[in-house]
Design a protein around this ligand. Structure first.
Ligand SMILES: *[C@@H]1O[C@H](CO)[C@@H](O)[C@H](O)[C@H]1NC(C)=O
Ligand SMILES: *[C@@H]1O[C@H](CO)[C@@H](O)[C@H](O)[C@H]1NC(C)=O
Ligand SMILES: *[C@@H]1O[C@H](CO)[C@@H](O)[C@H](O)[C@H]1NC(C)=O
Ligand SMILES: *[C@@H]1O[C@H](CO)[C@@H](O)[C@H](O)[C@H]1NC(C)=O
Length: 340
C-alpha cells in the first residue's frame, strides 16, 4: 500500500519480469487474460476497492479524500465522484457492512510513512440505497495511526473490524454506538522488526468469513486466518496459510479477495496477483505491463461474467522527474483479471 515502499522491487520487475504466469509446480492457469480497466490522473495513489451488487466498483485513494465509482461493464468506463470526505487528505479501506451500505476510513495521511496524523482517522458509513448517498460519521479514532484493511465482522452486523499495520492488531468499531477498541493482537500481525520506514507494515489486508478473519501481513510475508468470537476476540490459534516467499523472492502481499474455503486472490507488489488455493498452493500471475504495485483485489458482482473477474487496484508506478517533488506516480488505476 505504500508508494515509496517497494521501489527496489519495481526496478527489478522492469528489468527482468515476464508477462506470463509462473508457478513452482505449474498447475493449469486459472486465468484467461489481464486487461487495464481505468487509469486515474497522475499522482492519485489508489488504495482499496469494494464492489456493489449492481457491478459498480467503489475505489479509494490515499491521495484525495474522495470515494470514486465506475461501471466496469462499459467498454470505456470513466470514474465519477460519489462523495468527498471533510478534514482528510485521503481514504484507506472500504467494505460493505449491510446491503449497499459501505464503511470508509478517512485520515490525514503522510504518504511517505503511510501513517495518519494521530486523531485524524475517521470511520464513516455511506448508504447507497438512496438516490443521494447518505453519509454518517461513526467514530473519530484517538489512538491509532493506521486503519488499513476493513471488514464487517463475519456474523455480528454491528461490528466493523480494522487492521492496524503499526500495532499488529485488529480493532473493532461498533457501527451503532461508535465505541472502539482493540479486539485482538498477535506477533504474527506485527511489522517485521527492522523493516525501514515505508516498509514497516504488519497486518495489511483483512476479510471475514465463517467464524474467521483472514489477513495478510506484508512485512512478515504471510496470508493467514484467525478464529474469532461474536465480539471479534481471538478464539483460537493463528493459522499461516501461505508465505509470499514461495510466490517469489520479491513478492509482497497486500490486500486480497476471498474465494471460498481458505482461497484468495492476493494483490501483490510489484506486479502480481497471487491465487492461493485451499491447502496453500499458489499460482502467480505476473503482468508488469498491466499490474502496477497492486494494492487490493475484489471479485466482480452482478452477473456470471462479473463473478469470473477479479478487479485489482494499481497503486501506481514511479517515474522520476526533476521537479520539486522528484517523481510522478503513473498507471494508478484498476485492472481486470479474467478467469476461465
Ligand atoms: C472538521 O474540522 C472542523 C474544524 O476543525 C470541525 O469544526 C468539524 O467538526 C470537523 N468535522 C468532522 C466531521 O470531524
Ligand atoms: C485507545 O483509547 C481508549 C480510550 O481512551 C483506551 O481505552 C484504549 O486502551 C486505547 N488503546 C490503545 C491501543 O492505545
Ligand atoms: C515465510 O518464509 C520465509 C522463507 O522461507 C521464512 O523465513 C519465514 O519464516 C516464513 N514466515 C512464516 C511466518 O512462516
Ligand atoms: C504523468 O507523469 C508522466 C511522468 O512524469 C509525464 O510524462 C506525463 O506527462 C504526466 N501526465 C500528465 C497528464 O500530467
Amino acid at each position: 500500500m505504500k508508494p515509496s515502499l517497494w521501489i527496489g522491487t519495481i526496478a527489478a520487475a522492469a528489468l527482468g519480469a515476464q508477462a506470463t504466469p509462473t508457478a513452482s509446480s505449474t498447475p493449469p492457469s486459472p486465468v484467461r487474460s489481464v486487461r487495464n480497466v481505468f487509469t486515474f490522473p497522475n499522482n492519485t495513489f489508489i488504495e482499496n476497492i469494494a464492489v456493489r451488487s449492481n457491478s459498480r466498483l467503489l475505489i479509494t485513494s490515499m491521495s484525495v479524500p474522495t470515494l470514486f465509482t465506475l461501471n466496469p461493464t462499459l467498454t470505456n468506463p470513466t470514474s465519477s465522484i460519489l462523495y468527498t470526505f471533510p478534514n482528510a487528505s485521503g481514504l484507506a479501506g472500504v467494505a460493505e457492512v449491510k446491503p449497499d451500505v459501505f464503511a470508509v476510513v478517512s485520515g490525514i495521511w503522510d504518504l511517505y510513512t503511510t501513517r495518519a496524523q494521530l486523531g485524524s482517522l475517521q470511520v464513516w458509513t455511506i448508504d447507497l440505497t438512496k438516490p443521494t448517498p447518505a453519509v454518517k460519521l461513526i467514530a473519530t479514532i484517538a489512538n491509532s495511526t493506521i486503519f488499513n484493511g476493513l471488514a464487517r465482522h463475519p456474523s455480528n452486523p454491528d461490528l466493523l473490524l480494522a487492521a492496524d499495520s503499526e500495532l499488529g492488531a485488529v480493532w473493532r468499531v461498533n457501527l451503532k454506538t461508535g465505541a472502539y477498541g482493540i479486539a485482538l493482537s498477535s506477533p504474527l500481525l506485527a511489522p517485521q522488526p527492522g523493516n525501514p520506514l515505508g516498509t514497516n507494515m504488519g497486518i495489511n489486508g483483512l476479510k471475514a468469513a465463517g467464524a474467521q478473519v483472514f489477513f495478510t501481513n506484508s512485512g512478515q510475508r504471510i496470508f493467514g486466518k484467525i478464529p474469532v468470537d461474536a465480539q471479534g476476540n481471538q478464539a483460537g490459534a493463528v493459522v499461516v496459510l501461505a508465505n509470499s516467499t514461495v510466490a517469489g523472492a520479491s513478492v509482497v502481499y497486500d490486500d486480497f479477495a476471498l474465494t471460498g474455503g481458505d482461497g484468495a486472490w492476493i494483490a501483490s507488489h510489484p506486479s502480481q496477483a497471487v491465487r492461493v488455493a485451499t491447502g496453500g498452493a499458489q499460482f502467480v500471475v505476473d503482468e508488469p505491463s498491466t499490474l502496477f504495485n497492486p494494492t487490493a483485489a475484489a471479485l466482480g458482482r452482478g452477473s456470471p461474467a462479473q463473478e469470473k473477474t477479479v478487479y485489482v487496484t494499481n497503486g501506481g508506478r514511479f517515474v522520476f522527474t526533476d521537479t520539486e517533488v522528484g517523481f510522478d506516480l503513473v498507471d494508478n488505476g484498476v485492472a481486470a483479471v479474467l478467469l476461465k
